[in-house]
Design a protein around this ligand. Structure first.
Ligand code: FUB
Length: 329
């Protein structure tokens, strides 16, 4: 697959999380809609209300994409305020666990869990969010030894700047440009998959000299959209740089890191956000992502895309060119 392919041309879907369950590929995206809320740095215009699940049985290039319909609706989540953002799903012992960020009734993002018997749902929400959870963009990694790890966090509208050492701050705090960047977080999940098993830890990304990336290094530092995959025994932590619109990656030797910055996976796409999942299916690697080309550049109406991903012999990822655009900010 040399050029990216749109997967759901008739609707706006974004923020793909993708997994292979029972030999089928399942896509768990955000479901964009036009709410009429004006665009701002807080992301209020991303006012999503439900999730759909999609599956592909054959190969990604030619397979039919099946829409399994609405599998979780904000009106069924007891603690809901607003804004269902990027979710992810993990499978353990015959159950499927959907992790989703949602603002509670006080407008604070928490991470909730909903449980299903099948990968295509429906997902039944737990009565309360995960204790001690905060911010957005949960991505759950199955380490294959019975342990599952959640990566999460996002700056600006994702509220990560409001926390330090897992405690809410009185006021949001951004580090100075020469100070270490605000990190994504990683936490092991409890055996029942419904809570954190420990305190979340910072995901430290080092430069090639072993120094943590600084807040001023905006083309490399973490902003949002964590994802984890493993290639040739190495852990690849990937993420969006947010206001510089890049998807980057860093590699390490274990799920907690530290990770060393390696490079750019995807150059800027049309639209403010960029977000992705990397997954192997039938012997090929794929980069699932989104852009705003079909909506004519409307930031909050994004469309799902996929393109084959290539690794070089040394394990580095060949950069994919997004559909270029000058970003106004
Ligand atoms: O979809 C809302 C937010 O936009 C996601 O949570 C971020 O990762 C960005 O894609």
């Amino acid at each position: 697959m040399k050029t990216a392919k749109y997967l759901v041309p008739d609707d706006y879907m974004a923020d793909p999380a993708v997994h292979v369950f029972d030999g089928k590929l399942y896509i768990y995206p955000s479901h964009d809609r036009d709410s009429g809320i004006p665009e701002n740095d807080n992301g209020d215009h991303f006012d999503m209300k439900d999730y759909h699940v999609f599956s592909i049985t054959d190969d990604v290039e030619n397979g039919v994409v099946t829409d399994h319909g609405i599998v979780l609706d904000v009106k069924d989540i007891p603690w809901a305020g607003r804004q269902l953002w990027d979710c992810d799903v993990a499978h353990k012992n015959g159950k499927y666990y959907m992790y989703f960020p949602l603002k509670d009734k006080t407008d604070i993002f928490r991470i909730g869990v909903a449980v299903a018997d099948r990968p295509e749902g429906p997902f039944i929400p737990q009565p309360d969010p995960i204790r001690g959870s905060y911010s957005i963009d949960p991505a759950v990694w199955d380490d294959g030894d019975g342990n599952f790890y959640m990566y999460f966090g996002g700056l600006w509208g994702g509220q990560l700047q409001r926390y330090r050492d897992n405690k809410a701050l009185e006021n949001a705090a951004f580090p100075a440009d020469d100070e270490p960047a605000i990190p994504s977080r990683v936490v092991k999940l409890s055996p029942d998959m419904l809570q954190f098993a420990e305190e979340p830890r910072p995901v430290v990304i080092l430069d090639k000299n072993g120094k943590p990336l600084t807040a001023g290094d905006t083309e490399k530092r973490f902003f949002e959209a964590s994802w984890m995959h493993k290639y040739n025994g190495k852990y690849y932590f990937s993420y969006s740089t947010g206001d510089t619109h890049l998807l980057c990656y860093a590699t390490g030797d274990n799920p907690y890191g530290p990770f060393t910055y390696q490079g750019v996976i995807l150059t800027p796409v049309v639209g403010w956000t960029t977000h992705h999942a990397i997954v192997e299916f039938r012997g090929k690697w794929y980069l699932f992502h989104h852009d705003c080309v079909p909506s004519g550049g409307v930031t909050w109406l994004r469309s799902l895309k996929v393109i084959e991903l290539e690794y070089l012999a040394d394990g580095t990822i060949k950069t994919v060119e997004g559909v270029k655009k000058q970003h106004p900010n």
